[in-house]
Ligand binder design. Sequence first.
Ligand SMILES: [Zn+2]
Length: 54
Amino acid sequence: MEFSEVYCFNCKKILGRYNTKFYSEDRINELVNTTYSTHIRNGHQVNIRKFEKN
Ligand SMILES: [Zn+2]
């Protein structure tokens, strides 16, 4: 299974993991902008990276 991981460099933690089967890239971007908006507003660098997990 392929997951998209939302990671914050400033907090040094994973904010969330989303199965790409259920969440499109656009949906994840939308989630980042809404759910994790406080990080972005605080100038945190939020990154989305993909990884495979079986
Ligand atoms: Zn953060």
